[in-house]
Design a binder for this molecule. Structure first.
Ligand code: SF4
Length: 399
């Protein structure tokens, strides 16, 4: 296991003072954390929180034959089926809550996974149970061979047929490649949009690309990809006065809106619980104008979903901080520079890039992946006293 990114800086904010009383609205159901008492397969009774706990020794000891046996299960019984691949750390926006105006020190080209390497890792992961792949960034559409990446990943046979390929994008350039992406096998799209006010968009992203995003959304609507989702990060004093406008926009564009609680993954490490708008408050603001009805159990999906009465629309809240869904997590991440992360908030990474480029076999790759999943913690630990924000910012991890 290696730490791959910027030297860590502890999270700045002191413990949160008592929050002001909030308006009551549709309540977020208490998440059911399906965590088995921590009998890590390697050594019964091991403390899952013990960072020195050896990686899942059993995976390291797996022979070449049985490294392919069985799904990708961690020591809490969570089966991993969903791979998130960050195709690049670069982006054509400079969102204030994500990165500085000047951008970040981008990964050197030679340290970015080639498409052959991405395909190889995805093939190995499909052999151990991955059925879906979400492409993220930075901004994935900045990858020049994005259509070829989708085509080659969709051609991989997984446990349930061809891998299901989806993408999270800011939609700039989408109008130019939408048809090719759909023909290549892309099945779903999430478009990031935090405001429907063009001036506020320019201020928030430091770029005048609102009309390009609208053109991308129009192209997505014209495609056959469904459901079309829009992701909006909820931010106090930034867009918390237009949650209802965002929902109206989504309804008008036949898209499913997902509000996301802001997470401590910003490049500047200035995230604070004080400025975070939590799920309950998002629902309270929406309920002022919309009649919302909870829609069933969410399973491993991150969003709590609500039907908007009187419409066919739904709206979701991804309350990663206040109502975490770690107990049902089925995700593993691959960064653009070939580091495997067993959690969005992981502080350690597994260096697949070096293994791939030093003659590692597919069995070696599978063993490293199993070891990483074997060492996965029960959750993000944001509420833990010792919580430290990961060194790698969201823009280099991918959603
Ligand atoms: S924070 Fe980590 S464990 Fe929790 S849902 Fe996200 S990736 Fe999974």
């Amino acid at each position: 296991m290696t730490t791959a990114y910027h030297p860590g800086r502890p999270s700045a904010d002191p413990p949160a003072p008592a929050a002001a009383p909030r308006p009551t609205a549709v309540a977020l159901p208490t998440p059911t954390v399906r965590v088995r008492t921590a009998q890590a397969p390697s050594s019964p009774g091991a403390d899952p929180d013990d960072p020195t706990r050896p990686a899942d020794a059993s995976s390291a000891a797996r022979s070449s034959e049985d490294v392919w046996d069985g799904p990708l299960v961690d020591s809490f019984g969570r089966v991993h089926r969903d791979l998130r691949i960050s195709l690049t750390d670069k982006c054509n926006l400079r969102c204030t809550y994500c990165m500085p105006a000047e951008g970040l020190p981008w990964l050197a080209k030679e340290n970015v996974l080639t498409t052959d390497e991405i395909e190889r890792v995805a093939r190995v992961l499909a052999r151990v149970g991955i059925v879906e792949v979400r492409l993220t960034g930075g901004e994935p559409l900045l990858r020049p061979d994005i259509v070829d990446v989708v085509r080659r990943l969709h051609a991989i046979e997984g446990p349930e047929g061809p891998l299901d390929i989806s993408m999270t994008t800011n939609a700039i350039r989408l109008d130019r490649v939408m048809e090719d992406l759909e023909a290549a096998g892309l099945s779903r799209l999430n478009i990031s949009l935090d405001t429907v006010d063009p001036e506020r968009f320019t201020k928030l992203t430091r770029r005048e690309r609102f009309s390009a995003v609208q053109a991308g959304i129009a192209a997505a609507r014209a495609s056959g990809l469904r459901p079309l989702k829009i992701n909006a990060v909820a931010m106090r004093g930034v867009n918390d006065d237009e949650f209802c406008d965002l929902l109206r926009f989504a309804i008008d564009h036949e898209a499913e809106l997902r509000f996301i609680e802001q997470m401590p993954l910003d490049a500047g490490h200035v995230w604070s619980r004080h400025t975070m708008v939590d799920g309950a408050e998002i629902l309270a603001k929406l309920s002022a104008e919309f009649d919302l009805e909870p829609v069933g159990d969410r399973g491993s999906s991150p969003a709590e979903v609500f039907r908007v009465r009187g419409t066919d629309a739904t709206v979701g809240v991804i309350a990663s901080v206040t109502a975490p869904f770690c107990g049902a997590c089925d995700r593993v991440r691959l960064t653009a520079d070939g580091q495997l992360r067993n959690c969005l908030f992981a502080r350690e990474e597994s260096d697949l890039l070096s293994l791939l480029r030093s003659g590692g076999s597919d069995e070696d790759v599978a063993r490293m992946i199993r070891a990483s999943i074997g060492a996965k913690r029960p959750g993000h630990g944001i509420d833990d006293p010792g919580f430290l924000q990961p060194d790698r910012p969201m823009s280099a991890i991918g959603g």
